[in-house]
Each structure stands twice: as structure tokens, then as C-alpha cells.
Write a protein of this length. Structure first.
Lengths: 104, 252
């Protein structure tokens, strides 16, 4: 990302937005207060269900458009990798999608 | 969230990719569109307009007290299928979802180009894996599932409780089990008239394999492929199943 790009992807804003979308997907009271950071695990910390991944992908597409193809990205990973997934990896993925589509 | 209203039930749907229509159906109780979303669907979306849906009462579709018999679910499918486009569709189903696809194809052969039946159980009312699942006490039901599937539904707090609550509701507050038990067997003479190509995929350790052999003998244009695994093939042999479907359904 070059410094003279005013619209360069703001990683902390992406993290904050992703955390909010995750709270919506989980939809339970405790999720409103839980701290969601780069190190938060989808499996161990959030216990995200497989159908909740689908719901998250929907929200990401609504938020960022088709350029963030979360389903396609997950499809190329082994189940073990998905189970180990942390929030930071998804933040990085979203930032990569956004910055490459800025250049296009 | 894309929802389609039908007879008081909201059905959750997702569309991926572009091309000729292809619909994917999951199995009962522990199934949802995630069965396909995590594996074959994104690959098939490279050459199809893929329609994923959650069966009534499952996934993000709304609760439904009844209508889990094959005719009702086939009608649900018929209502959703135009979302994927006009023209005959490829139908891919797992377990009860495979029987829904077969039911739909027998009722509307002109609307179906091809079938992929993964682990379709016959007769429909007898499924050893489901019998074992239902016979287990509620808190032991998840433990009766194969490890790879269990990893996606178990959890020490939230996920396990949510999965058990959904199962308890489907088993205790709907006609699902009664519908399944009352489902008549397919008439082989009628199945033999189905003219479209059918790919049958079964697990080499599945109790349903005999159903696959029966369908392979009965259907005029069927091919039976076995993959390593049991009844929950999309979870147990996901990458192999996705690769097989991509190879057979996506022309290069």
C-alpha cells in the first residue's frame, strides 16, 4: 500500500467491522461484550457453527461487495485449517481483497 | 439474509457463480447448506449458477412443525429452483436431500438435466445411521457422529448447546421422524423410467451402499462411485467428493 493513497485499507477499521459482524452473526448477549481481536479463534473462542460461517460470508459480501469472496477463500483450505482460523487471518484476507481491487 | 417465504416458512437460500442452474440439498438433522458451502459448492460455482438452500427447520431457514416428507420438500425445491435460472437443472443431494432430488426428478423430469445422489438411503424409512443417532440419549447423540462431522457441531459451551437444542426441537416438536418413518419406498419400475444421467456416490463403509447398488441396477443411465468413508460423506471425504463433482460436472 503506498502512502499517497488516501483510501488505503485501514486494517483496524476492518477488524472493528469484522468484530461487529461476528457479534451480529452470533446474536447472543455475551457476544456483545466479548473482546474480539486478531488472536481470537473462530473455533475455540467463538465456537462458530458452520452455518454461522455462511451467515458471516453473506454479511461480508453485503459490506464489502463481491470482491471479498470469503466462501471461495475457505473452499481452498483444509477443514483443519478452517478449525484453527483466527480473526487476524480473515482481517488480512479482507485487506488483501480490498487493496488489490483498489489497484485494479 | 436471503429468505424466500413459502407457506409460512422462510427458506434460506444462497446463490453462487453463474452458468446453467444447479441446486444442492443437504441431509436431515445435522445438515444445513454448510454441508455443501464448505466443499463442493464454490467449485461447482465456477461453471454453474449454484442454488444452496437450508431445508425447512434447518440451518437459517425458519422452524417448521411439519412437511419433512419427500413430496413436501420436493415442492419446496420446485418453488426455489427458478432462482437459479431457467432450463433443466442439475440436482445434487446428500442423504434425505438426495431423495428429495430423486423425488423431484421423478415428478418433473423435464426440469432436471442430471442428478448426483450422494448416500441416498433406501428404503427411505430405514437408515441405520439415523436409527443409531435417535436411539442415543440426547446428550450422547453428537458423540455418535463421525469425528470430522462432530468437530463442526460439538463445543464446550455455545455450539454444542445450540446444536443439541436444534436437534431436540426437530426431533421433539416436528413431524420429521414420523414423516421419515412413514415414507414409502420408491417404486423401481418408476425409477427405471428416469432418463437423465445419474451419478451415485456412496461411502465404502456406509450402511447405505446397498441402496446405491440397487439404484445402479435400476436406473438406466447411472454410474456408481464409492469414496472412502461412511454415510456423512461430505464431512468425512469432503475434498475427494468436491473433486469428483467438479471433474464430472464442470466441463474443461
Amino acid at each position: 500500500m503506498s502512502q499517497n493513497q488516501p483510501d488505503a485499507v485501514d486494517e483496524s477499521a476492518v477488524l472493528a467491522r469484522l468484530a461487529q459482524l461476528l457479534r451480529e452473526v452470533i446474536g447472543e448477549e455475551w457476544a456483545q461484550d466479548v473482546e474480539i481481536g486478531r488472536g481470537t479463534s473462530f473455533n475455540e473462542d467463538l465456537e462458530l457453527e458452520s452455518i454461522e460461517f455462511v451467515a458471516l460470508a453473506e454479511k461480508l459480501q453485503l459490506e464489502f461487495g463481491a470482491r471479498v469472496d470469503f466462501a471461495g477463500w475457505l473452499a481452498n483450505q483444509e477443514l483443519e485449517q478452517i478449525i484453527r482460523l483466527r480473526v487476524g487471518e480473515v482481517v488480512d484476507f479482507i485487506c488483501r481483497c480490498l487493496s488489490s481491487s483498489d489497484k485494479a | 439474509m436471503p429468505l424466500v417465504e413459502r407457506q409460512g416458512v422462510s427458506l434460506h437460500v444462497q446463490l453462487l457463480g453463474s452458468g446453467p442452474p444447479l441446486a444442492m440439498l443437504h441431509g436431515l438433522l445435522v445438515g444445513s447448506m454448510a454441508t455443501w458451502w464448505f466443499g463442493a459448492a464454490p467449485k461447482l460455482a465456477s461453471a454453474h449458477r449454484v442454488l444452496l438452500s437450508d431445508l425447512r427447520g434447518h440451518g437459517l431457514s425458519s422452524f417448521a412443525p411439519s412437511g419433512y416428507d419427500l413430496d413436501s420438500l420436493s415442492e419446496d425445491l420446485g418453488a426455489l429452483l427458478p432462482l437459479a435460472g431457467d432450463g433443466p437443472a442439475t440436482l445434487v443431494g446428500h442423504s434425505w436431500g438426495a431423495l428429495v432430488a430423486l423425488t423431484f426428478a421423478l415428478a418433473h423430469p423435464e426440469r432436471v438435466a442430471r442428478l448426483v445422489l450422494v448416500e441416498a438411503p433406501l428404503p427411505p424409512s430405514r437408515l441405520a445411521e439415523l436409527d443409531a443417532f435417535l436411539a442415543a440419549p440426547a446428550d450422547a447423540q453428537l458423540a455418535s457422529l463421525p469425528q470430522t462431522l462432530r468437530a463442526t457441531v460439538e463445543g464446550t459451551s455455545r455450539r454444542g448447546k445450540k446444536a443439541l437444542a436444534q436437534l431436540a426441537r426437530l426431533i421433539g416438536e416436528t413431524t420429521l421422524v414420523a414423516d421419515l418413518r412413514a415414507q414409502p419406498d420408491f417404486d423401481d419400475a418408476r425409477v427405471a423410467q428416469l432418463a437423465c444421467p445419474v451419478l451415485l456416490v456412496y461411502g465404502d463403509r456406509s450402511s447405505c451402499l446397498k441402496a446405491g447398488e440397487r439404484l445402479a441396477r435400476t436406473l438406466p443411465r447411472a454410474e456408481l462411485v464409492t469414496l472412502a468413508g461412511g454415510h456423512f460423506l461430505p464431512a468425512e471425504s469432503g475434498p475427494a467428493l468436491a473433486a469428483l463433482l467438479e471433474e464430472r460436472l464442470c466441463p474443461r
